[in-house]
Design a protein around this ligand. Structure first.
Ligand SMILES: Nc1ncnc2c1ncn2[C@@H]1O[C@H](COP(=O)(O)OP(=O)(O)OP(=O)(O)O)[C@@H](O)[C@H]1O
Length: 579
């Protein structure tokens, strides 16, 4: 397609000058034919006008070819738009898949990502189009130049000098426009966020009940007003300078025009040459201003692309680990003096040490924000400890092959994802190897106690979930949690199972049943459970009480009750509530 574009560009660039040159031949041909016709004693109209008619036909052919080249250009541009937009979007998303969680949480990078995505389908193509547009105009200008130089090199120089100021101002303002785009991207992101909150089904319930529409819309409008003021200032400056400096170019153009007219009247140019030069001036002027717009636009596109490349070149964490088996198979999981701080933050975990063998279950108990989920994030290698190390089967987690590690862990976080996909696929995501395997879905759903309500749904495992797509069905909070739980059971080979608040939305009977199943399922595995409900925690082999990132108590339920510490107090408090 690039070659096709290049060919059409060449044709569309050269032919206008040829057409102008043929135009000159026609006018001069007509003038001389008129003279011959007048002077001949026995004029034969056909022989005198035939050469001129041939030229006219030739010019018609050229114009038809130009039209063909233009169509060819726009057809290829349209196809390229689709291909390139798709390609760039895929590149952006592929890169997003390689970024680490902490990079995602970096607002600067997130900004870059949003900026890149917003114009991914237009900017790269615009740059290609403008490059070819510029090339075409440059070829035209070059060929016009060849014709014009025969009149006077000065005329050429004057025309170019006249166009330069407007070009420089365009380049400057394009830079300003990009800086504005960059500066306002956090605000733009806030606007996008407000649009989402105000117009999406999962937030609209609360927005309505709290009456937030007015408040959020006001914030939305305020951001626009602030951004618009800047934009207006820039647009006005850009266009006024463009007008004033453009006038300079127009003046030089008309001066050259007058010059040609005077020379013709003086007899230095034929009528045909005058026609040609005027045409060349007119088209040259148009080509020149189109080139200038293209150049300044290209500058803007380029700045955009620099943002895209900055994003694409973000360093990704090298996957150094290769282990698929640990040094001490069967040793289980060990935390050795692990401390952790989120990037730029203070320590949220201090000196955590623990050991969990296959077949054991561990429960984490602690106040909100004490660091329980963070511990799971370290264990699943979404983050690395800032101090200490975590061992699986005697080998540091960092040395494990990512794939091998992921296959050994089945995790459900409290903020699990509610995919707007079919029920079965919502389970299938738990194990991509069995994404489409209905038998495995059914098995997992039985373990996660989701099979009953799925059986009652109109299309069973093929029922679309969520409200985004046609015939989508919404589930209750507890039903979603059962889906998430079943998803964890899809990982058949996982021997580390982590459930972070898995039953908070379930009714009491379901919860009891879920844990009976869970204990049975995880008999020879390592099970880690985070829960604020002591009824589910009490049966764990080891309970850790975490407070402000430190382990303050450890033991079994009975040991901890006997110790009469924090665990005992919290347990009594909860038990009181049920009496
Ligand atoms: N992505 C993050 N970046 C920075 N700080 C974070 C991040 N996630 C959590 N924190 C902080 O780390 C601390 C521990 O959070 P964590 O989510 O581990 O608590 P938790 O014990 O799981 O709480 P909960 O019982 O409410 O789920 C909190 O102070 C929280 O503010």
């Amino acid at each position: 397609m690039m070659l096709g574009l290049a060919l059409c560009t060449l044709v569309a660039g050269v032919l206008p000058a040829v057409a102008a040159w043929v135009g000159q031949l026609i006018v001069d041909g007509v003038v001389s034919a008129m003279q011959t016709h007048r002077e001949a004693s026995n004029p034969d109209l056909l022989t005198t006008i035939l050469p001129v008619l041939k030229l006219v036909a030739f010019e018609a052919l050229i114009i038809a070819l130009i039209a063909l080249a233009q169509r060819g250009l726009s057809a290829q541009q349209a196809l390229l738009r689709a291909l390139l937009g798709h390609k760039v979007n895929v590149m952006i998303l592929e890169k997003a898949g390689q970024l680490s969680l902490s990079q995602f949480e970096d607002s600067e990078l997130y900004d870059q990502l949003t900026r890149a995505r917003r114009e991914a389908s237009t900017r790269p193509l615009a740059l290609v189009n403008k490059t070819f547009g510029l090339l075409q105009n440059a070829i035209s200008l070059g060929s016009f130049g060849v014709l014009l130089v025969q009149f006077s090199p000065w005329a050429l120089l004057i025309l170019v000098a006249g166009a330069l100021p407007v070009f420089l101002s365009e380049a400057k303002f394009s830079g300003d426009a990009f800086r504005l785009f960059r500066w306002r991207s956090p605000q733009t992101r806030m606007q996008i966020y407000l649009e989402t909150v105000l117009a999406r089904e999962d937030s609209i319930k609360e927005v309505k009940l709290f009456g937030l529409e007015g408040l959020f819309l006001k914030r939305y409008r305020d951001i626009f007003t602030r951004l618009f003021a800047e934009e207006r200032r820039l647009t006005l400056r850009r266009e006024s300078w463009g007008f004033v400096l453009g006038l300079l170019g127009t003046l030089t153009f008309y001066a050259a025009y007058a010059w040609v007219v005077i020379e013709t009247i003086a007899g230095a140019l034929t009528l045909g040459q005058m026609t040609m030069y005027l045409m060349v001036f007119k088209q040259g002027q148009a080509a020149l201003s189109a080139s200038l717009t293209a150049i300044s636009g290209m500058y803007e596109d380029n700045l955009y692309l620099s943002n895209l490349y900055e994003y694409l070149e973000q360093p990704v964490e090298a996957d150094t680990g290769t282990l698929t088996q640990g040094a001490l198979p069967g040793d289980g999981l060990r935390f050795e003096h692990v401390s952790f701080a989120y990037p730029g933050g203070e320590d949220v975990l201090h000196d955590i040490s623990l050991h969990l063998s296959p077949g054991q279950s561990l429960a984490l108990v602690g106040e909100n924000g004490s660091g329980k989920t963070t511990l799971i994030k370290l264990l699943t290698r979404l983050y690395h400890p800032t101090q200490g190390r975590i061992l699986l089967d005697g080998s540091d987690l960092r040395d494990w092959d990512t794939q091998a590690l992921r296959e050994r862990t089945g995790v459900i976080f409290q903020d699990f994802v509610r995919y707007q996909l079919q029920v079965g696929e919502n389970l299938g995501v738990g194990d991509t190897h069995a994404f489409d395997d209905e038998q495995r879905w059914q098995q997992a759903a039985r373990h996660g106690m989701a099979d009953d309500f799925i059986a009652g749904m109109a299309s069973g495992y093929q029922t679309q979930l969520g409200r985004w797509f046609k015939n989508g069905q919404e589930l209750s909070g507890g039903q979603w949690q059962k889906i998430a739980l079943s998803r964890a059971y899809m990982r058949e080979n996982a021997d580390i199972i982590v459930l972070d608040e898995p039953t908070a939305a379930m009714d009491a009977a379901a919860e009891a049943a879920v844990f009976a199943r869970f204990r049975e399922h995880s008999r020879d595995k390592m099970a880690i459970l985070i829960s604020h409900r002591f009824s589910t925690v009490r049966s764990a082999d080891l309970i850790l009480v975490i407070d402000q990132g430190k382990i303050i108590e450890r033991g079994t339920h009975d040991e901890l009750l006997a110790a009469k510490g924090r665990y005992a107090t919290l347990f009594q408090l909860q038990a009181e509530g049920y009496r």
